[in-house]
Design a protein around this ligand. Structure first.
Ligand code: SF4
Ligand code: F3S
Ligand code: FES
Length: 233
């Protein structure tokens, strides 16, 4: 079938501002938006620029605004979308070229929450830190994040303030705060309770709606707020 794509283009060497261009792509209804973008790049205009790697919803590199919603291009079926299919870069981050944005402000929020296991205590028997299935279940949902930025770049608080730590970083903080093996909760909760932290969240829920992994992002944020109020997880 033939589909019409309306793609936002911006070349910093030629354009003073972004503009839309239309393309016709030959695809199957069961193809994904990424296949249509590849068609345009490989058959019509090789200068079209976007990120992608795995093409299977795992690497998180092809988040974009598709018909007004943050989605992974490699997961959106053509047959489920109305035409023309409008494709824009995710919002709230500087556009480098076409659909490629500068992810640095997003990763700054991620780094701020210390997204790694903190525990200086000796490992019992020098072997492993044991955990029960119930303790593992406590943070299972938030282990599934692929750092695609769909959540953070759909949040109006982030659009207005690049310094907002943001829902993706909250999810990754949650993953360690509620891990029984971790000892870094206090230092993370102090950062998360600060002026760019969870109390700026207005429970808009865009983040939860946008997550391609169906992570309960807003619930994770509420659990962090409760942990701050109670003085620990
Ligand atoms: Fe992407 Fe979901 Fe992780 Fe946010 S929480 S970065 S939307 S996978
Ligand atoms: Fe933003 Fe999600 Fe909170 S969209 S305001 S982080 S619930
Ligand atoms: Fe890897 Fe889409 S290309 S998630």
């Amino acid at each position: 079938m033939r589909v019409t794509l309306r793609i936002m283009r911006f070349d910093p060497e030629k354009d003073s501002k972004p503009h839309f261009e239309e393309y016709q792509a030959e695809v199957e209804p069961t193809d994904r938006v990424l296949d249509a973008l590849n068609y345009v790049k490989w058959h019509i205009d090789g200068t079209l620029t976007y990120r992608r790697s795995c093409a299977h919803g795992v690497c998180g590199s092809d988040a974009m605004l598709i018909n007004g919603r943050n989605r992974l291009a490699c997961r959106e079926l053509i047959k489920n979308l109305s035409q023309p299919i409008t494709i824009e870069p995710i919002r709230g981050l500087p556009v480098i070229k076409d659909l490629v944005v500068d992810m640095e402000p997003f990763f700054a929020g991620y780094r701020a929450v210390k997204p790694y296991l903190i525990n200086d205590e000796p490992v019992p028997d020098g072997r492993e830190r044991l955990q029960s299935p119930e303790e593992r279940e406590r943070f299972d949902d938030t282990t599934r994040c692929i750092l695609c930025a769909c959540c953070t770049t759909s949040c109006p608080i982030f659009w207005g303030d690049e310094g907002y730590i943001g829902p993706a970083a909250f999810v990754n903080a949650h993953r360690f705060i509620f891990d029984s093996r971790d000892r870094g909760a206090a230092e993370r909760l102090e950062i998360l309770g600060g002026h760019e932290g969870v109390y700026r969240c207005r429970t808009v829920f865009n983040c939860t709606d946008a997550c391609p992994r169906d992570i309960k992002v807003t619930r994770a944020i509420q659990e962090i707020k409760r942990a701050i109020a109670l003085g620990g997880p």
